[in-house]
Design a protein around this ligand. Structure first.
Ligand SMILES: CCCCC/C=C\C/C=C\CC/C=C/CC(=O)SCCNC(=O)CCNC(=O)[C@H](O)C(C)(C)COP(=O)(O)OP(=O)(O)OC[C@H]1O[C@@H](n2cnc3c(N)ncnc32)[C@H](O)[C@@H]1OP(=O)(O)O
Length: 341
């Protein structure tokens, strides 16, 4: 049933290689077929590979908050595609150059008084980020050193493993002392007066289970690290007390991390992410990818099948007067809060 639907509903531009037959095949080509051919501003992400370890880094680099604009979404897809073409690489660490914000979710300014050509393109680019991460042949490890609300949480959930910084006074998240920083993660859309799109909500359901997700979606809950761990929203929480760095890992990270974020070799989250990435990289790729297909292919097919309808709904929803009013108020409050610091 899903296959003919899929071919008719696949987005013309980004999914043109995604034939139903490929979907049925239990091999790497399924994941490769989901890649895009979008061009991008490279500096919005920093990426680098350590071929000896089979690990790559993809660090979002859009100050101040890594909020997801059309261009950042495209840059993530392009960078992931480049990494994907390197057969020596099996794992990627998805990270942020900002040590206190993983990603603030959608760039809410994209949603206010939107341009009617750009808005669907923007939404399409977010869908593509999800498809490319969730359907990647690569094992993707989220190194969540800072806040990850809404679509920031979606990015993390689309990865294979999530490691979050536990926070604390005088912590050394990037090797420098800083004041207390407790990050949070969750789908907080209802707090903005909007609902998470169905595929994002379903991703939360698959990650933490039906009832906890139902409640978290309704309340727009942002979980601090230990609560996120208990709910299963993250797989590991790292604190100075719980993790001891190893000289070998720091050395390998120094080889992997590009110049502007080389000091993150001292980040415990980054160190644990690297160890996890190495672990995944040692598994037979065929076997690992086949096992990923078991849990992900059906929901991806469903999401792709409803992609155009999702975009249409999103655009008409965002353009409603009441939604625009709520979003404007939200952005004003955000800016006021930031100024008052
Ligand atoms: C029946 C079917 C229903 C179907 C529904 C279908 C479609 C659904 C329709 C819509 C769905 C839309 C989906 C949305 C998902 C999203 O991702 S919405 C975005 C949600 N994000 C947030 O709410 C996060 C907001 N930001 C924060 O809470 C904080 O900034 C932070 C991340 C916790 C960090 O705090 P911190 O104190 O460190 O930093 P500041 O607050 O000072 O921020 C610094 C700087 O960054 C700017 N900024 C922060 N977040 C955003 C953002 N999301 N977009 C744009 N800009 C952001 C902030 O304004 C500051 O900038 P400055 O003022 O220039 O200093």
């Amino acid at each position: 049933m899903a296959a003919p639907l899929l071919s008719s509903l696949c987005c013309r531009h980004s999914l043109r290689h995604c034939s139903p037959r490929r979907f049925a095949r239990n091999d790497l080509s399924f994941f490769r077929s989901l890649s895009t051919s979008i061009s991008s501003e490279k500096s919005l992400v920093l990426s680098h590979v350590n071929e000896d370890a089979g690990v790559a880094i993809l660090a979002m680099n859009r100050p101040p908050a890594n909020s997801l604009s059309l261009e950042l979404n495209e840059a993530i897809c392009t960078s992931l595609k480049e990494i994907d073409t390197n057969p020596k690489i099996q794992s990627v660490i998805l990270a942020s150059t900002n040590p206190t914000i993983f990603s603030a979710g959608l760039d809410v300014t994209e949603l206010i008084s939107p341009d009617d050509q750009r808005l669907p393109k923007f939404w399409n680019s977010l869908q593509q980020v999800y498809i490319d991460l969730y359907g990647s042949r690569l094992a993707i490890i989220a190194a969540i050193q800072g806040h990850a609300p809404a679509a920031g949480c979606m990015l993390a959930m689309a990865c294979d493993y999530r490691i979050m910084y536990g926070g604390g006074e005088g912590s050394t998240v990037d090797g420098r002392k800083r004041k207390s920083h407790i990050p949070t993660i969750g789908l907080n859309e209802t707090q903005l007066g909007i609902a998470a799109p169905p595929w994002m909500g379903q991703l939360l359901v698959r990650t933490i289970g039906f009832r906890p997700a139902e409640r978290a979606l309704a309340l727009g809950t942002l979980f601090p690290p230990m609560e996120a761990l208990i709910e299963g929203l993250v797989d590991d929480v790292i604190t100075e007390e719980s993790f001891s760095p190893s000289a070998d890992t720091i050395h390998a990270l120094e080889k992997l991390l590009p110049d502007p974020i080389r000091n993150q070799a001292l980040s415990l989250v980054m160190q644990k992410a690297f160890q996890e990435a190495e672990l995944y990289a040692k598994i037979s790729p065929q076997a690992r990818v086949a096992s990923k297909l078991v849990t992900r292919s059906e929901s991806l097919k469903d999401m792709i099948a409803s992609r155009e309808a999702d975009t249409e709904y999103f655009c008409s929803f965002i353009c409603q007067d009441t939604v625009q009013k709520n979003l404007k108020k939200y952005v004003e409050a955000l800016k006021k809060k930031s100024k008052s610091k």
